[in-house]
Design a protein around this ligand. Structure first.
Ligand SMILES: NC(=O)c1ccc[n+]([C@@H]2O[C@H](COP(=O)([O-])OP(=O)(O)OC[C@H]3O[C@@H](n4cnc5c(N)ncnc54)[C@H](O)[C@@H]3O)[C@@H](O)[C@H]2O)c1
Length: 319
């Protein structure tokens, strides 16, 4: 029997790539998005597919969510809708709390009446990183720093998903993403540094590196190409792990080095200036993805250089 999947935030950067994958894998795909940062153009390739339905709705609207559960009876939920910016969560913690936790509860509550088989919850390996020292990498078992409202809501969300799994009998996987990049990412949010730099570089405008005085090359991050993220979602859909899984490359890259790599790949030469850091930013982040390899046989396949080349090819084709 064809399984039905709800993908929340399915019109966004990552969600739209997942919506495409699910349609191509033969699922009935119900994409739920309020388009606050998503875009219907992201769904152009599947919009008219017989197994794809787009619903413009806010996940916090519990009445509507309940009606959608009643109508479509999903087998699987893949929850990508979120307030995704660390900086915005510091500015407006109530909105972050509302979307990331009230929104999650609005969905989880539906499961009581309409049981599901599998829940995929997206969290943030970067924001939940502990303070790493030397050559350490963040592990799923570490105690997170929790220095932003976003980190708090994502971490609490993980716990709700786990607790409800025990109470209501579904399987689940929490995917803790590093910093994801690729086609359709827009320059905003927690990890939009690649599209922000790229937009500036292509317009020959200088960029700003926001960093701490003891991190002259910028904070460090772990960058994963969106194609690798699609693959781990497919694996977690087919084989739920009932645990938290880091989705990272294990490569720690300073943000200034990202900038230089973009200049190289796009064959440009544009200046960058240094300013003070943003509140809530962790200094260093790199994820140990051993668990993903052991449980799902997943490893990132695309290097930063290859991913930036893919992005360049995509921009050339869509220009
Ligand atoms: N991009 C990254 O590097 C990264 C890293 C870690 C975690 N994440 C998580 O991945 C998920 C997707 O992020 P993205 O980068 O694709 O961002 P995105 O903004 O492109 O996608 C989020 C989607 O959710 C939708 N949305 C937001 N609030 C909603 C609401 N109340 N009701 C319905 N839809 C709503 C938006 O319209 C958008 O389409 C988020 O949960 C984010 O926290 C992303």
């Amino acid at each position: 029997m064809t399984k039905t999947i709800f993908i929340t935030g399915g019109a966004g950067f990552i969600g739209s790539h997942l919506s495409e994958m699910y349609v191509n894998q033969g699922y009935n795909v119900i994409c739920i998005d309020n388009l606050v940062s998503g875009n219907l153009e992201n769904l152009a390739q599947i919009r008219d597919h017989a197994r794809f339905t787009f619903i413009e709705a806010d996940i916090r609207d519990h009445k509507t969510m309940l009606a959608l559960f009643q109508k479509y009876r999903p087998n699987i939920i893949n929850h990508h809708a979120a307030q995704k910016s660390v900086a915005d969560s510091v500015e407006n913690p109530s909105y972050d709390l509302d979307v990331n936790l009230v929104g999650l509860m609005s969905i989880l509550d539906c499961i009581k009446a309409y049981p599901i088989e599998n829940f995929i919850y997206v969290s943030s390996g970067g924001a939940l990183s502990k303070k790493i020292e030397g050559s350490e990498k963040s592990k799923e078992t570490d105690t997170p720093q929790l220095i932003s409202p976003y980190a708090l809501t994502k971490f609490t969300g993980e716990k709700y998903v786990e607790m409800y799994a025990a109470q209501y009998g579904y399987q689940y996987t929490v995917v803790r993403y590093a910093n994801i990049y690729g086609p359709r990412q827009v320059p905003d949010g927690e990890c939009g540094v690649i599209p922000i730099f790229l937009n500036n570089i292509l317009a020959d405008k200088p960029s700003i590196l926001m960093t701490y005085p003891d991190m002259p090359n910028g904070c460090t991050r772990d960058y994963v190409y969106v194609g690798d993220v699609v693959r781990i979602n497919q694996l977690a859909t087919e084989s739920p792990t009932n645990t938290v899984i880091n989705v990272g490359t294990g490569e720690e890259v300073a943000i200034l080095d990202i900038y230089k790599e973009i200049l190289t790949v796009f064959e440009k030469d544009v200046a960058i200036f240094i300013e003070a850091p943003r509140a809530g930013d962790v200094k260093r982040s790199v994820l140990d993805a051993t668990r993903a390899s052991e449980l799902l046989n997943w490893k990132s396949n695309v290097s930063l250089h290859e991913g930036l080349l893919e992005l360049k090819n995509h921009l050339t084709i869509t220009k």
